[in-house]
Design a protein around this ligand. Structure first.
Ligand SMILES: Nc1ncnc2c1ncn2[C@@H]1O[C@H](COP(=O)(O)OP(=O)(O)OP(=O)(O)O)[C@@H](O)[C@H]1O
Ligand SMILES: [Mg+2]
Length: 176
């Protein structure tokens, strides 16, 4: 838990937290990113409805959520490549495919960061249910971009305020 002025910011990590019992604090985890002060049940994490939240679960990007926006800041060169890939794909792809992607609202040069619409990430339970019922959207394997750009893990998907299910991380082809 990090104190900044009067505000308490909690970094959370649902998928790691729920595989570890009991819940751990950052000081117990060590390293960069991961769980910081998870003291809510996994279903309420990762972000709840806080105006400000930092999601450090990503290996190549850290996400700073402020109100309706999510700023995805690259941690390294791969993160910059992923940011560029998502921003480019968002612009060039078809309307049908864009419908399953979290909108990119703005981008910084060199892939330093992208700003997306903020979504509420899925719980592990919901992701499992969607996997079992084939409820995730289908990326049609037709050229161009015939490589599926996302995985079906909970942290990579979310719901927009209107309830639409969208991929939050769609940069798989840009990974090393
Ligand atoms: N638009 C968004 N709204 C809310 N949270 C988001 C958004 N985009 C990403 N996140 C959260 O930020 C975290 C990191 O994002 P993302 O998965 O894109 O980063 P990454 O470093 O590429 O991840 P990975 O380690 O899976 O490759 C994820 O846990 C995700 O739930
Ligand atoms: Mg991810």
């Amino acid at each position: 838990m990090t104190h900044v002025g009067d505000v308490v910011f909690r970094h959370v990590c649902a998928h790691k937290a729920h595989t570890r019992a009991p819940r751990l604090r950052a000081s117990a985890q060590g390293g960069d990113g991961g769980v910081v002060g998870v003291d809510m049940p996994p279903k309420l994490v990762p972000q709840g409805n806080r105006f400000f939240a930092v999601d450090s679960r990503g290996t190549v990007r850290r996400t700073i959520c402020i109100g309706p926006w999510a700023l995805k800041v690259a941690r390294n060169a791969t993160g910059r490549r992923c940011n560029r890939f998502e921003a480019d794909l968002w612009v060039r792809t078809t309307a049908a495919r864009r419908n399953m992607l979290c909108p990119v609202l703005a981008r910084l040069p060199f892939g330093l960061a992208v700003i997306m619409q903020r979504a509420r990430p899925l719980s592990e339970d919901e992701a499992e249910r969607l996997r079992n019922t084939r409820g995730f959207p289908d990326w049609d394997y037709v050229p161009p971009d015939d490589e599926c750009p996302f995985e079906f893990k909970a942290s990579d998907w979310g719901r927009l305020p209107d309830g639409r299910l969208v991929a939050l991380d769609y940069s798989m082809p840009a990974l090393d």
